[in-house]
Design a protein around this ligand. Sequence first.
Ligand code: GLY
Length: 308
Amino acid sequence: MHDPVLVVHGGAWAIPDDMVEAHLKGVRSAMAAGWRALERGGTALDAVEEAVVIMEDDETFDAGRGSFLNRDGKVQLDALIMDGSTLRTGGVGCVEHLRNPVRAARKILSESPHVYFVADGAEKFASEHGIPLCENGDLIIPREIERLREFQSRLTSESQEDARDLFAPTISHDTVGAVALDSKGNIAAATSTGGTLNKAPGRLGDSSLIGCGCYADNKSAAASTTGWGEPIMKLVLAKWAADRVLAGNLPEWAAAEAINYLESRLNGHGGMILLDARGHYGIAHNTPRMAWAVKTANREHVAIEHHT
Ligand code: GLY
């Protein structure tokens, strides 16, 4: 028997002071839901799914309802879930009619020979497997309509160079994720996102790509990343960190090194949670804030500042 461990994050960015409480509450609720799954004898996979569903349902985060809007004013969601014991994986990309893309990803993992579905095909698969579809409008909230309007009016009124601001940590990247170790010694990871503000329709970020925004292998580690997706994809950052754990390093070191690498190699920003099958974990980010929570049999911690 292993002592379970659960780590969740609610995105790495310059979370404003007036959103700190909502983020802390959200990651705390996600942690509680994931932990309940583990206490009921659920698997690490169950725990990460339940934790991520809570954050997809919470309008605070850029996942599920309340996500950033794309250039056309639509919500387009990506999610991935991965089982470290079998390497079975399910991913969805560019879905517009699913409240909980991580549930569809889990169905793909468990009920499809395929790994990844996008757009209409992903929604058809979900619907055929008992997951109700919703209107895209059900995922859109007034805060995000205003955020997009404000951003687009700045783009048209100022120089196009301001498009670079899209990737400033003050604006973007509130992706959510979870990693867990269950009592059987298996690890899993899940990541879900609405992607970046004003993204081009059809743009896929790192979150739902294996080894980029999410990865899990009992032999190395489970990882979930958050941040500016393009640099994270180019570095295959979740796998990069897991490989350092496989080489004998602690997740605490590997997560910090991964974020250093992201910054030094591509001037990227973001964060990562990383957990190995012995229960060692790392939490790192180079953004002003990242909401995270960790629970073990004898420790519970929820924070929004740097991990210490
Ligand atoms: N990390 C989320 C995204 O770039 O889509």
